[in-house]
Design a protein around this ligand. Sequence first.
Ligand SMILES: CCCCCCC/C=C/C(=O)SCCNC(=O)CCNC(=O)[C@H](O)C(C)(C)COP(=O)(O)OP(=O)(O)OC[C@H]1O[C@@H](n2cnc3c(N)ncnc32)[C@H](O)[C@@H]1OP(=O)(O)O
Ligand SMILES: Cc1cc2nc3c(=O)[nH]c(=O)nc-3n(C[C@H](O)[C@H](O)[C@H](O)COP(=O)(O)OP(=O)(O)OC[C@H]3O[C@@H](n4cnc5c(N)ncnc54)[C@H](O)[C@@H]3O)c2cc1C
Length: 665
Amino acid sequence: MEDGVDHLAFERNKAQFDVEDMKIIWAGSRQDFELSDRISRLVASDPAFRKDDRTTLDRKELFKNTLRKAAYAWKRINELRLNEQEAYKLRSFVDQPAFTDLHWGMFVPAIQGQGTDEQQQKWLPLAYRMQIIGCYAQTELGHGSNVQGLETTATFDPKTDEFVIHSPTLTSSKWWPGGLGKISTHAVAYARLIIGGEDHGVHGFIVQLRSLDDHLPLPGITIGDIGMKFGNAAYNTMDNGVLRFDHVRIPRNQMLMRVSQVTREGKYVSSNVPRQLVYGTMVNVRQKIVADASVALSRAVCIATRYSAVRRQFGSHNGGLETQVIDYKTQQARLFPLLASAYAFRFVGGWLKWLYMDVTERLQANDFSTLPEAHACTAGLKSLTTTATADGIEECRKLCGGHGYLCSSGLPELFAVYVPACTYEGDNVVLLLQVARHLMKTVSQLGSGNKPVGTTAYMARVEQLMQYHSDVEKAEDWLKPNVVLEAFEARASRMSVACAQNLSKFANPEEGFQELAADLVDAAVAHCQLIVVSKFIEKLQQDIPGKGVKKQLEVLCSIYALFLLHKHLGDFLSTGCINPKQGSLASEQLRNLYSQVRPNAIALVDAFNYTDHYLGSILGRYDGNVYPKLYEEAWKDPLNDSVVPDGFKEYIQPMLKQQLRNARL
Ligand SMILES: CCCCCCC/C=C/C(=O)SCCNC(=O)CCNC(=O)[C@H](O)C(C)(C)COP(=O)(O)OP(=O)(O)OC[C@H]1O[C@@H](n2cnc3c(N)ncnc32)[C@H](O)[C@@H]1OP(=O)(O)O
Ligand SMILES: Cc1cc2nc3c(=O)[nH]c(=O)nc-3n(C[C@H](O)[C@H](O)[C@H](O)COP(=O)(O)OP(=O)(O)OC[C@H]3O[C@@H](n4cnc5c(N)ncnc54)[C@H](O)[C@@H]3O)c2cc1C
């Protein structure tokens, strides 16, 4: 509370649960909470990390400022001897996309996942000490989604024991990699491996791009930034780059050789591992993106919830206070499902992290059985959560009315930084089509003795689910986890089965897949929503300590599920899982649940434990002291540096004088 007054204290006093205990649940454990709390305060209290001036800087200033912060963060990480997890937290709380995200988030994991032991021993220590800085150069001007369509070539030259990396066409120029444009010294670059004229498909190669002495591009390398992106500051702190190779030579041992190798004689040898492991880094990052979705959405929801309790419109009687906008049922129906989604994504993110760790351990033991499940879950949940989060942030902006459109609300920048998550690491529709393929394969194998496992295990009960009709009779029935779960399972399996039946009418299955793509995407969404709902329900079956905490989570879980049911009512009705009366009972129950959340709303967003620095929003201030601070902030705008603006005398005054002369004539 910067001015010592807590304008939201009366809201905080209404809470029916222990917010400190909820903070632990949100963080994952007491240890995680303490770590986040400590590092976020460290960043917030250091003036070198201030970010309130960010939207007024031009691109060059902004970029230089990003470099300064990244270097300072690295200095602090070393001075304080932070471990990997603490360092990651520090970079996240600095809250400014930078080349370091790609270095630590993709370059290092690509070498860890796809490099041999020898390659890891050579490259990782350099990367860990940041003596080299790397990026992930996969996407090209002509191809992003279609990885197999990449055109860059890596041709083996047996005479010199080297690969020749080349960009044969304009469209083969690497385009988009973060950190590439101005900073990276190295890249893991993806290229088609050509040996003796034979194309062995796309593989990863470690390529040095710039001199470690003067940072100039090495011979044969053309490199630069691809230009200004959506939003003002937002993602423009990142140097997304373009790169062309003109017959650049690298030693043979710089091909990442865990999945397949090229021998000195030029023989291509595949290890006994699936070739899809070349895509492993993307699976890793998609998993992280799901966990991050809950962070981005919760930030927006925290801002919109606090501001909705501060903002008043209409309803004043006899000069009394007007109504807090959070009390309007329409505001609740838009805001509280987003609050519930933030918690839902938090828990499914935690589960996905476990799934990823599990598949990683199995892969190390040469067990590849859960790879398709891990790919489908990471792809589908990345798509579902980023779409909902991007839409949710924009909805939060609207929930804040006009003031939400000000940069000082923090929401425009949050949206602009976040929205490319719907595209990067796989376009969300393209990824849902991968889930759909997994579902169609699962359905086609039903009855073959190949029992569906993991998140598709419910399909084993397909016959029962095809017969299912909800037995909900009253609104409270929708609070029973099994009732909700069965309805979601029945809807998802029926949508998948309907797609499979329609596909079977096509002589050419691939043609059918293209034709039915929109329905397949809907089926994939239904399946992914079921995963999120079921993981929320599973979370509630764990021991949840703290006064009133479990009750609040039960309410949020029901809101999340019933909101989806309400939003996709067409699916539930058209598949015959529920009838219209049961649909209206779900809506009735939702209204009850919103009333239960209302007194707890502020405490539920306090549980995210965000500092004012991290939120970066006047509307979302912890103390709710919005109006004086908005007023104060306006005067800081560079336009207000002078009373008469630059350009007035040049352009406006002559116009005014001309009008005056005309009027006199
Ligand atoms: C924390 C870090 C900061 C974040 C900053 C983010 C910065 C952004 C970085 C980037 O964007 S990097 C570039 C990311 N690019 C993409 O995500 C491209 C998206 N495209 C693909 O992933 C793939 O090309 C595709 C869409 C999955 C299709 O691939 P392909 O044509 O090769 O496959 P299919 O023929 O459809 O499938 C073959 C077979 O392989 C299975 N499979 C596909 N992908 C994977 C995978 N990642 N892991 C495991 N298995 C995979 C697929 O299911 C098929 O299986 P079967 O049906 O044959 O059994
Ligand atoms: C901010 C940002 C950062 C990035 N960082 C990196 C990075 O560090 N490294 C890197 O290598 N790449 C990076 N990328 C690139 C990113 O991974 C690609 O943009 C992404 O994979 C989408 O590919 P695309 O651009 O080719 O889209 P396209 O595939 O061209 O998509 C265009 C449209 O076509 C549709 N579409 C495409 N294929 C199909 C299909 N089979 N069926 C139906 N519809 C289809 C899509 O849904 C979309 O609507 C970044 C991108 C952005 C925006």
